[in-house]
Structure formats: structure tokens, C-alpha cells
Design a protein around this ligand. Structure first.
Ligand code: 13P
Length: 253
């Protein structure tokens, strides 16, 4: 049985004040859903320490990082390693987000190296994959997702997917207000699970597949109702406590 997982990706948003206010409100509003849904927030990494101190050891809300370097240590100015994230109570690490692929030229091969680093540090990768609008129009959605998954398989093998999280985030749905329909998302999620099942049915059955892209309090329930959607990766709607709480609530009711 795959337990639901909702992650709020704050992207390049936040301040000390927002971290304190948002986490304070979420800690209050999410209490009823504790043990029913895994919840994580991904603030900019500079705020992870503050967030970890606020969240304490209660385990109500886990921490996710938005990125990690593909090296363990060394002369890589400006970077942050997986073992550093681990020191700050981080559980999940988002890698391969389309904004990093687009604005930081991250390739499938680089993301595969990051995936391996995250696993080595004992953290859980949240691998983002998905197609552009043009690729969807060309009918290339499956080919794009396959290439993005294959890079990980080649680097780390199928066993690396054990316990990991994959987020399907079609680029045309991110920040556009135009979410994939539940049926569109389900079709790709089913394809992803079946692709993994071809190599290992047990891992395919256990891997959690999140949908991301214009998730709101209005569409979360219908998306989560799909059999292969195990949770949601939320962007803009994660910045408001009541909206994010409402999204979490919809994965447990
Ligand atoms: P939005 O929910 O703002 O569309 O962002 C989705 C996303 O990119 C989450 O990682």
C-alpha cells in the first residue's frame, strides 16, 4: 500500500518571516491528517535550518530540498551536497525539476548523478519528469519520460527506484493554471509504473508517483482519485497555508 505524499515546492519564494508564519499555520492545520498522509515542504535551502528548528522532531511535516549537487564535496563553489542536506533533517530531495533542466541546463545524465548522490546519502529522491507542450502535441510524451527514466536506470539500475518518488510534471501545466486532467495524468502515471514493472514488479508497485502542475484545492481530489496518482507536488498553491492544508486533506478523505 502506497501512503499518500504531498510536497510543497516553494521554489524561489520565502523569507524568515514567511517560513515562521507558514510552518506555524501548517503545523496547526495538519494535525488531524498526521499518520494519514506524508507531507513535506521544500523551502529555499537557506531556510532549511530555520524550518528544521521550527518543525522539531514531531514528524508532522518533513523537509525536502529543491536541488543538490552531483558531487559529495570539493571545489564546487556555490553548491550543496546531499550529506549537508542530511545534516539539516532533510528527507526528500527534488531533482530534475523542469525549471532546473531549462534554466540551468541540467541534462538527464547530470540528474542521474544527482539521483545517485541522494541515494548514497540515504535520502529520498523526488525525480521530476515530463514533456513540453510541443512534445505532447508530437505524441512524444512517453518517449520523453522513458529517456528521463532510462538515464537513472543506466546509472544506478532498477534497484535505485526502491523507495524513491517520481513526480510527473508536464511543463505546460506548471504555473500555467492549466492542470493536466486526471485522465491525462493517470495515463502517463500508468505508463511510468508499467515501464518500471517491466524490470521489477515489486518496485513498480511500491514507488510513489506524484502529479505536479497547477494543482489547486479545486482539482486535488479528482487528481488523487486516480489509481496511479499517489500524491501531489504543489508549487504556487503551497505558499498559502489554508490552500495547502486543503490539498492535503483531499488526499485523505
Ligand atoms: P505549480 O503548482 O505552481 O504549477 O508548480 C508545480 C511545480 O513545478 C511543483 O514542483
Amino acid at each position: 500500500m502506497r501512503s499518500p505524499l504531498v510536497i510543497g515546492n516553494w521554489k524561489l519564494n520565502g523569507s524568515k518571516q514567511l517560513v515562521a508564519a507558514l510552518l506555524g499555520e501548517l503545523q496547526r492545520s495538519l494535525v488531524p491528517y498526521h499518520h494519514q498522509c506524508d507531507v513535506a515542504v521544500a523551502p529555499p535551502c537557506l531556510y532549511l535550518d530555520q524550518a528544521a528548528a521550527l518543525l522539531g522532531q514531531e514528524g508532522l511535516i518533513a523537509l525536502a530540498a529543491q536541488n543538490v549537487d552531483n558531487h559529495a564535496q570539493g571545489a564546487f563553489t556555490g553548491e550543496i551536497s546531499a550529506s549537508m542536506l542530511q545534516e539539516f533533517q532533510v528527507t526528500y530531495v527534488i531533482i530534475g525539476h523542469s525549471e532546473r533542466r531549462a534554466y540551468h541546463q541540467e541534462s538527464n545524465a547530470l540528474i542521474a548523478e544527482k539521483f545517485a548522490c541522494v541515494k548514497r546519502a540515504g535520502l529520498t529522491p523526488v525525480l521530476c519528469i515530463g514533456e513540453t507542450a510541443a512534445q505532447r502535441t508530437e505524441g512524444a510524451t512517453q518517449a520523453v519520460c522513458t529517456a528521463q527514466l532510462d538515464a537513472i536506470l543506466q546509472q544506478s539500475g532498477i534497484s535505485a527506484f526502491q523507495g524513491c518518488v517520481i513526480a510527473y510534471e508536464p511543463l505546460w501545466a506548471i504555473g500555467s493554471g492549466q492542470s493536466a486532467t486526471p485522465e491525462q495524468a493517470q495515463a502517463v502515471h500508468q505508463f511510468i509504473r508499467e515501464s518500471i514493472a517491466q524490470q521489477d514488479a515489486n518496485i513498480a508497485a511500491s514507488v510513489r508517483l506524484l502529479y505536479g502542475g497547477s494543482v489547486t484545492a479545486h482539482n486535488a481530489q479528482a487528481l488523487y482519485a486516480m489509481p496511479d496518482i499517489d500524491g501531489l507536488l504543489v508549487g504556487g498553491a503551497a505558499l498559502q497555508a489554508d490552500t495547502f492544508s486543503s490539498i492535503v486533506k483531499q488526499t485523505v478523505s
